[in-house]
Design a binder for this molecule. Structure first.
Ligand code: NDP
Length: 246
């Protein structure tokens, strides 16, 4: 099965930014999409606009830190559309700060959403993928794990843990049933800076986003590129960053 048309894709963090752009692009290209995030009102608006255009979209309130929520997202997707071809583990937060700030709550929040959230997604979709004999995990990682910068030690570390897990899963899945893709974006113009508590840092990241970030649609196209490959072609690891990012 190649292409996007006819595929069933569940996306976490679909209420804004990269997840929203991905949901829209995939639906426009013929996928049936299931949108998950905590802000159900925003999901319903996005999905409603897609349905108004005759496209297939459902919503499911999903907090990725809760394994039961991911199980519900997968179950609802399969119940509504008959199967699940792709899970885009995209939800994430960026409570970045210098290590010296000892923001242990922020560290835990990033571990819970950005790492445990991905594991919860893998655990929820893996049985369906195995049952179907096919399935694809796409995960939004980050260039913060490739070029380590001050204030992003824990964020980048957590993202690299996810990259490692996806590579381990890839190596355990060479029977051809499961594909894995890590997409590492650089600066993307989204709402991500809102999760930064340090006001000065938040302003600096916002300024970088305004100065040179790429639009979330650029990452959505990258995700679509990985999904549209034939089943025997796996785009394992891909970086998409602003041309002007150092
Ligand atoms: P946004 O803040 O615009 O989107 C984040 C999404 O994640 C929202 O839909 C939010 O929805 C959701 N989310 C956050 N926490 C949870 C949770 N506990 N459960 C479910 N959903 C959650 O930022 P981006 O689009 O930029 O972020 C998407 C991904 O891209 C993240 O993993 C981020 O780390 C990664 N990334 C972003 C970069 C950038 O420069 N923007 C660069 C590299 C990677 P809601 O609040 O409704 O739950």
């Amino acid at each position: 099965m190649a292409g996007i048309d006819g595929k069933v894709v569940a996306i976490t963090g679909a209420s804004s930014g990269i997840g929203e752009a991905t949901a829209r692009l995939l639906a426009e290209r013929g996928a049936s999409v299931a949108l998950g995030a905590r802000r159900l009102d925003r999901l319903d608006v996005i999905a409603g606009r897609l349905r108004d255009r005759g496209l297939a979209a459902i919503t499911c309130r999903t907090d990725v830190t809760r394994s039961a929520d991911l199980e519900r997202l997968v179950t609802r997707t399969v119940t509504e559309f008959g199967r699940i071809d792709v899970l885009v583990n995209n939800a994430g937060i960026s409570r970045i700060s210098p290590m010296s700030a000892l923001d242990t709550d922020g560290w835990s929040a990033m571990i819970d959403a950005n790492l445990r959230g991905v594991l919860n997604g893998i655990a929820a979709a893996m049985p369906a993928f195995r049952r179907q004999g096919r399935g694809h995990f796409v995960t939004t990682v980050s260039t913060a794990g490739l070029k380590i910068t001050p204030t992003m030690a824990v964020y980048g570390g957590v993202k690299n843990a996810v990259r490692t897990i996806l590579e381990g899963l890839r190596q355990e899945s060479t029977d051809g049933v499961i594909r894995t893709t890590s997409v590492s974006p650089g600066y993307v113009r989204t709402e991500l800076a809102e999760s930064i508590h340090d006001l000065e840092l938040r302003e600096r990241i916002r300024q970088n986003m305004a100065d040179f970030a790429i639009p979330p649609e650029a990452v959505a196209r990258t995700i679509a590129f990985a999904i549209e490959q034939p089943d025997d072609v796996e785009i394992s690891d891909i970086v998409v960053r602003p041309t002007r990012q150092d």
